[in-house]
Design a protein around this ligand. Sequence first.
Ligand SMILES: [Zn+2]
Length: 332
Amino acid sequence: VIILRFKDGYCAAIDLGATNIRVALGLKNGNLLGKSTDLTDTTSGPDAISRQIASMIKFLQTELDLIHEELKGIGVGSIGPLDLKKGGVNKPANIPQYSFIPLVEPLETKFKVRVHLLNDCVASVVGERFFGLGTSEENLVYVTISTGIGGGVYVDGHLLIGKDGNAHEVGHMVIDSRGRLQCGCGKRGHWEAYSSGRNLPNYARLLIAEGAGNFEESMLNNYAHGDVYKITAANIFEAACKGDKLCLTIVEEVGKINAMGFANITNLYDPSLITVGGSVAQSNRELVLNHIVRRLDEYTINKPPRVVLTPLGGDIGLYGALAVAFSLHEDE
Ligand SMILES: [Zn+2]
């Protein structure tokens, strides 16, 4: 058996979501040595999640023949909302049965290394900054358009954190003063209530009700077997790709909402680059990004930034957690 040794040791990167936990072990240069994915255990009590993370780290250490003592740190990019003082997740909307999920204390006790905890999108922008397109950008924003919408922000080389670790909850910025749709967080008019993967069908139904087009004559009618409550975001993008008139209108309106979100980000943070990730953006790059880029200057006062898909893809959260584990975000 060859035992691998590394000059700076290795770290563990954790991407904690409500559905999946992803763990990687990696090096300071961004090289991921191995990855593992598991369904998040949300039924065995709040302490079970850190135990699950610990056993995934140990599984990878064994599988990769790594010396346990050379683990130098752990970085966690997590669903929010975070409580950084208590070192865990506080009343997560997507795991509502738990009031608090402890992460930092149990992992530090078990591994005797420092555990760095950040919001998943904040970790992702750190990943972009050190291992992606942001290596020469001091003013950089990462936006994910996925089940929800989230962001991470660097201004003048400083990573924005906030009092509890939840600065830049961009998905919950208000883009509809009439508050026509309710967000998963309970409030009305928030960006992600209109154009995240989960909520886009709600917006489509609203647009149809407001007269955007004829559902019966649309491909959506077939996809959803005539039930407007069965349409999905994927249906809408697929039909738009095939030239469906109603879905092209919906995608156009979604693009307008997204452009408002990106313009607000541009006006607030003045970035030179916004990278975009998340399943909705990755799978429908043209339909999502083109409208944003085309409409951005309708709403901006600041010079529009470059807007591109992240090259780190679905691993951006792991790269971010790895950079955070090596404290790269603190050494600047
Ligand atoms: Zn909200």
